[in-house]
Design a protein around this ligand. Structure first.
Ligand code: EPU
Length: 440
């Protein structure tokens, strides 16, 4: 146990080729949880092969749900008995257990989920989820082990989210569809993955209205049935590979993710000078001969520039002409990966002020959530530890344009969220190999 898996990356020149992205990591796990609510079997097609799917499948099986995974297809059906407790061994692995509370309350009248994890990109509280369930009539107790809830039947109600949280909107959707009466949710998240989940629930027999102004109205029904769906392409992965092509001066054609999921991303990159080819088969971005220009970008909820796109963007900033500014407004601590990039020579300075956009929720906190980036930085290979999924991908991009070899630790983060990233990078021409190294 004194060795850990690492990736070795040598400078390899422009990355070129085709990448087919599968359904999104942040969509697939929620669909798996939603499928618990159906009386019959559900099938999810175009699922990515990512660690997140296996973690979610193991949790569902522990609850008595049958899950079969075969390549890109996941079949889910309720078994004869439901165990309403997610075992403690799943503590801190990802954000999915909290989403199981509502469905378990419907199936068993009670639920226990261990403390949720997720990437260390902020406090990642669960208060919106818990408050919503309480408003729907559940009794909820929180301890240092996890969350216990019970309810005879959840009741529809009016809920206003303090912030349009993706996860809390999903909790409310999956709790309200079988509740008694109508739930009116205001200030809901409208991310494409949330809408996709609502459409899946509608296929299962739910009554859901998506209204303007972040309002969702859900009329509870008595039961839901199984359904089948094809997941839409992962827009985070698509952006990440577009950035991989751009930053190395190559050309990566990204298939499997429709343009409408990348509108703000495409416009942002195009403003920086990226030249796009977009057709019904693929998207591709190339660097102009004079190089990319700097930009000021603020992350936001949909349809703004998504927070998960900012990590590859930061590496692009280091390879663009001039000073760029990034203002992260969704998670307070999303710039946690900057020290790893600094170690590789990226000239990035972080600030607790709101730079590059109007004041956000973090303006009077100590959260370092803005960054100024100097391009073009000369990057050097280094031995770095990856703190989370998206940061992991960015470190690969930085290593790809660095002088000298890099060693990346914590690569399991990348494998939790990207479909076969090692093979994809190798197919694009990255000089990448797996190995082990003594733990640091
Ligand atoms: N928030 C609260 N209380 C809550 C819930 C959220 O204060 O009870 C706050 C968060 O702290 C954050 C903001 O609300 O500041 C937004 O969080 P949100 O709930 O929208 O995020 P999430 O559901 O935890 C999902 C994705 C993230 C993605 C965000 C934003 C999954 C599993 N995760 O997180 O993806 O960045 O939405 O789009 O779907 C990733 O894939 O690497 C990732 C982190």
């Amino acid at each position: 146990m004194n060795e850990e898996e690492v990736w070795h990356i040598e400078p390899s020149g422009p990355l070129r080729g085709d990448v087919v992205v599968r359904g999104s990591k942040n969509g697939v796990s929620k669909h798996m949880v939603a499928a618990m609510l159906g009386g019959g079997e559900s099938t999810i097609h175009n699922a990515p092969e990512v660690g997140e799917v296996h973690i979610t499948a193991a949790m569902l099986r522990a609850l008595g749900i049958e899950v079969e995974i075969s390549n890109s297809e996941i079949r889910i059906a309720r078994g004869p008995e439901i165990n309403p407790r997610v075992p403690a061994e799943y503590t801190g692995l990802n954000r999915i257990p909290i989403l199981m509370l509502g469905p378990l309350l419907h199936l068993a009248g009670e639920a226990f989920v261990p403390l949720v994890g997720g990437d260390p990109i902020g406090r990642r509280p669960i208060d919106f989820h818990v408050d919503a369930l309480r408003q729907m009539g559940a009794e909820v107790e929180i301890s240092d082990k996890g969350v216990y809830a019970k309810a005879k039947r959840l009741q529809g109600t009016r809920i206003v989210l303090p912030y349009p949280s993706v996860g809390a909107t999903e909790t409310i959707l999956m709790s309200a569809v079988l509740a008694e009466g109508k739930t009116v949710l205001k200030n809901a998240a409208t991310e494409p993955e949330v809408v996709e989940l609502a459409l899946f629930l509608q296929r299962m027999g739910a009554l859901i209205e998506l209204s303007p102004d972040r309002r969702i109205v859900i009329e509870g029904v008595e039961r839901l049935h199984g359904a089948s769906t094809w997941l839409a392409g992962d827009r985070i992965e698509a952006f990440s590979y577009l950035a991989a092509g751009l930053v190395t001066g190559g050309e990566v054609r990204v298939h499997g993710c429709h343009q409408d999921r990348l509108v703000t991303a495409i416009t942002t990159l195009a403003r920086m000078g990226a030249q796009f080819e977009i057709n019904d088969e693929y998207l591709c971005a190339t660097k102009p001969p004079e190089g990319l220009r700097s930009a000021a970008v603020q992350t936001d909820t949909h349809p703004g520039f998504m927070t998960d796109w900012q990590t590859p963007l930061m590496v692009l900033f280091t390879q663009s002409q001039g000073m760029s500014v990034l203002h992260e407004t969704v998670f307070e601590n999303r710039l946690v990966y900057v020290p790893a990039l600094q170690k590789m020579g990226c000239e990035i300075e972080v600030f607790d002020q709101c730079l590059g956009g109007p004041a956000c929720r973090y303006h009077d906190t100590n959260a370092k959530h803005s960054a100024v980036v100097r391009g073009v930085s000369k990057l050097r290979g280094a031995d770095v530890t990856l703190p989370d999924i998206r940061a992991g991908f960015s470190a690969v991009l930085a290593a790809a344009v660095a002088d000298g070899a890099s060693v990346l630790r914590g690569v399991h983060h990348i494998e939790r969220g990207y479909h076969h990233p090692f093979e994809q990078f190798v197919s694009l021409g990255l000089n990448l190999s797996k190995g082990t190294a003594p733990r640091v």
